[in-house]
Design a protein around this ligand. Sequence first.
Ligand code: ATP
Ligand code: LTN
Length: 332
Amino acid sequence: MIKDRKISFSGIQPSGNLTLGNYLGALKNFAEFTDNYKCFYCIVDEHAITVRQVPADLRRRTYEMMALYIACGLDPDRATLYVQSHVPAHAELAWILNCFTMFGELSRMTQFKEKSARHADNINAGLFTYPSLMAADILLYQTDVVPVGIDQKQHLELTRDIAIRFNQLYPDTFTIPEPVIKKTGMKIMSLADPTKKMSKSDENENATVRILDDRDTIIRKFRRAVTDSGSGIRVSDDKPGVTNLISIYSCCTGKSTEEIEREFEGKGYGDFKLAVGEACADLLSPVQTEFYRLMKDKAYLEQMMKKGAEEASYYAQKTLFKVRRKLGFVQL
Ligand code: ATP
Ligand code: LTN
């Protein structure tokens, strides 16, 4: 494929209500690429069913994700926004890549180990081969950059290994993608246990701030956030709670760590937590307003999904055609 611009691709699962971690680690960074890159941002519903989903919830969240993509500043005329299951090429390439992915590699994935421990009654083959589908997502579009949080680094490394292996056997098939992981915001921690990642599937509601939480809820959750013993608002390994809040405040306001430490010198945790809560609520408020406006117009969201799927299919088919030809499949 001859590219006139570099390509950015990322995906988010419609598997729960999105958190501040998803926003700061991934979503918020997607729009930055639209000026200079051709962007594909996917709602990965096929990944979501590796864990049991209630059908009505999955459907509702898929619409919500589309609305959130747009509400976060992604213009559907400038970025291709679509749903994974609307483009069958993803599942097709995933099967092919499964034949180039090793059992040992998949067994080492920490997300697989964590999710199989959490869902011990449903350790299905899809959960195991999840990374080959993710590699297919990325490689189908000849992607150059993948904006993600740090937890996805291992999957990105595997994607690169699969692409390199495939290219060695069948030269010039895939572009080798690079992860783009922002230093601040790459791993927002739980407000209840700052040694754990903030996760959308956490059962403790006080552990997560949701993108759609209202202002009072956001401020209350930050007020209850676990901080560390002693006082002092500074980044330190023995202060994981305060360090996490400083990083959130930095993402929300654009201030550096040093500026923040100076701003709160001599102040208590109470003042600091309130400031973080307010900054976070201010950041999310315009996203929420736009989200609720868009959710009233389902027909528009469906129209955008359709347009996105058509655009994505066009590019995906080109890669898939090349792959099939190189493998020796008969093309009719
Ligand atoms: P689940 O809890 O269902 O496993 P998740 O919250 O990890 O989901 P995903 O849909 O798997 O969310 O992730 C979407 C994007 O958000 C990915 O790029 C991921 O790296 C990023 N992300 C998720 N949690 C965080 C976090 N706490 N901090 C920063 N980025 C995050
Ligand atoms: N595995 C990712 C979601 C995901 C993704 C992708 C991210 C699926 N396909 C392609 C980037 C690129 C997750 O669990 N966060």
